[in-house]
Design a protein around this ligand. Structure first.
Ligand SMILES: Cc1ncc(COP(=O)(O)O)c(C=O)c1O
Length: 409
């Protein structure tokens, strides 16, 4: 990782975030990230000047329409979708995945198979499992119970010519690893199946590239990527075309629009578009382009490394702790770090750390099936500390001290 230049100081970065101007330490970013001032200001300005319905021929509506269109263009750049597919906006990834599974379900016949990674957040499991009631065979792809790794060879053994969908997380919101998406897509496509990847826990840390992975469907939640409470569903053109979305019969013509049921958050769209300015700052770019996204996330990844090193270093040094996920720092490991202690409950540890002004979380984080698959009690779950690029090494040291005190108390 030494080759990646960390040109941007964290002081400058943190000064962009109004929410970071207190002593509180945010290590609950996998639950939701903070938003920079440019996003917050754009949303407020929009609500003051253009808070009306789109597509009418008067100035405020024209301004709202412009923002709505630009938000779609922006998220297409975010996932590198230009020329290969479209992006629908929605209130959350859970809603968009639910709509997608229902739409895909209408194209399936009894006996078709769906393979689901148990490492998924429930948002990319439950909508597919519901299709069992129409005769679809649901098969789970489990990780190794000890190493927590998912083997692509094992996946291949679950695929057959009836397999229509493979549903995987790009990164698990509990393990912090990165799945080999390109290999998964290749394996799925070799039997004619499509891949639906949940990128919610990936997109805050790295540039999503749907062209590189060849994935058919991809979702991410904007509120975990420094933006508003919205989400994005990418679909490849040929994958979206045959689907009937949840929208009204007269709104099925646009590939994205058929999944955009009702009005979108137009003020959220304004916030999304303004995120360009923050990414430009991170990347050191004057103009915004796809290259800006790639550069910005390279800087972000570089800043995450010392934080991950500090936290994992401490956890690995303890005989009484089990890290749930990869124990080593690396470019494909994100700072979403989960662990359990031999005797102290996740709740006990998490409460003690939160009482020190450091936000962490305990529980199964909606990855209850993953907990069961790797020998963690889903009722108690894990302690999860999740950083992003604005977390400093000092904050990581504060977290480590608080964890040590909580464990040794
Ligand atoms: C990996 C993952 N997928 C899906 C979701 C659900 O996202 P949303 O809140 O946008 O429905 C979450 C939320 O925590 C998540 O972490």
């Amino acid at each position: 990782m030494a080759s990646i230049p960390c040109s941007m100081t964290q002081e400058v970065i943190r000064s962009q975030f109004p929410g970071l101007q207190t002593d509180f330490v945010f290590f609950e970013n996998a639950g939701g990230s903070q938003a920079p001032g440019c996003v917050i200001d754009a949303m407020t300005d929009f609500m003051k000047t253009a808070y009306v319905q789109t597509w009418a021929p008067y100035p405020a509506s024209e301004a709202a329409t412009k923002v709505f269109v630009e938000a779609h263009d922006f998220v297409k750049v975010m996932v590198n979708a230009d020329g290969v597919g479209e992006c629908a906006l929605g209130p959350s990834s859970s809603v968009l995945l639910s709509h997608l599974a229902t739409a895909v379900g209408k194209t399936l016949v009894p006996g078709d198979r769906i393979v689901i990674s148990s490492c998924n957040h429930e948002a990319n499991i439950n909508p597919w499992v519901r299709l069992e009631s129409q005769g679809i065979e649901i098969v789970f792809w489990d990780p190794d119970p000890v190493t927590t790794e998912s083997s692509v060879d094992e996946l291949k053994s679950l695929l057959n010519e009836r397999t229509k969908i493979v549903a995987v997380p790009h990164t698990s919101n509990l393990l912090g690893d990165t799945m080999p998406l390109n290999e998964i897509v290749e394996a799925a496509h070799s039997v004619g199946a499509q891949v639906c990847a949940d990128g919610v826990a990936y997109a805050s840390h790295a540039a999503v590239d749907v062209q590189d992975s060849g994935v058919d469907f991809y979702v991410y939640s904007c509120y975990k990527v420094y933006g508003p409470h919205m989400a994005v569903l990418f679909g490849r053109t040929e994958a979206l075309e045959p689907l009937e979305g949840p929208n009204h019969y007269f709104n099925q013509l646009s590939l994205a629009g058929k999944f955009e049921l009702g009005c979108q958050s137009y003020e959220g769209c304004a916030g999304l578009v303004a995120l360009k300015d923050y990414l430009r700052l991170l990347a050191g770019d004057v103009e915004f382009s796809r290259d800006t996204v790639v550069k910005a996330f390279r800087v972000a990844k570089c800043l995450e490394m010392p934080v991950m090193t500090e936290i994992l270093g401490f956890l690995n040094s303890r005989d009484d702790v089990r890290v749930i996920g990869p124990t080593e720092v690396g470019p494909d490991r994100h700072p979403t770090i989960s662990f359990v202690h031999d005797t102290k409950s996740p709740e006990e540890i998490s409460d003690a750390v939160c009482a020190q002004g450091i936000g962490v979380r305990w529980g199964h984080a909606y990855a209850a099936r993953l907990c069961s698959a790797v020998g963690v009690n889903p009722d108690t779950g894990v302690v999860r500390a999740s950083g992003v690029h604005y977390n400093t090494p000092d904050e990581a040291m504060r977290l480590v001290s608080a964890l040590k005190a909580a464990i040794d108390a």
